[in-house]
Design a protein. Structure first.
Length: 79
């Protein structure tokens, strides 16, 4: 059994041509960036971890809603 020389292995890796790999953000991140960090309904600035991603069933596009628009306050009114 031959001993693998690490310098030959590294030399072979360096001479191999590399492909350009594009890294794109996922659909949710694209929606957040396209809305420029603002809510789709009211236009408020989105707070970290206090927003909701909603996918339109027809167009399959994501929208980002702030916590106030995602859960309307009419459900939490006290009588």
């Amino acid at each position: 059994m031959e001993d693998i020389n690490p310098s030959n292995y590294i030399k072979a890796l360096k001479t191999k041509p590399l492909r350009n790999v594009k890294i794109e953000p996922n659909e949710r991140r694209k929606a957040f960036l396209s809305q420029k960090g603002r809510c789709a309904k009211c236009g408020k600035e989105l707070k970290p971890y206090l927003h909701k991603y909603v996918q339109d069933p027809v167009t399959k596009q994501y929208k980002v809603l702030c916590s106030d628009c995602a859960i309307p306050s009419k459900y939490f009114k006290r009588n």
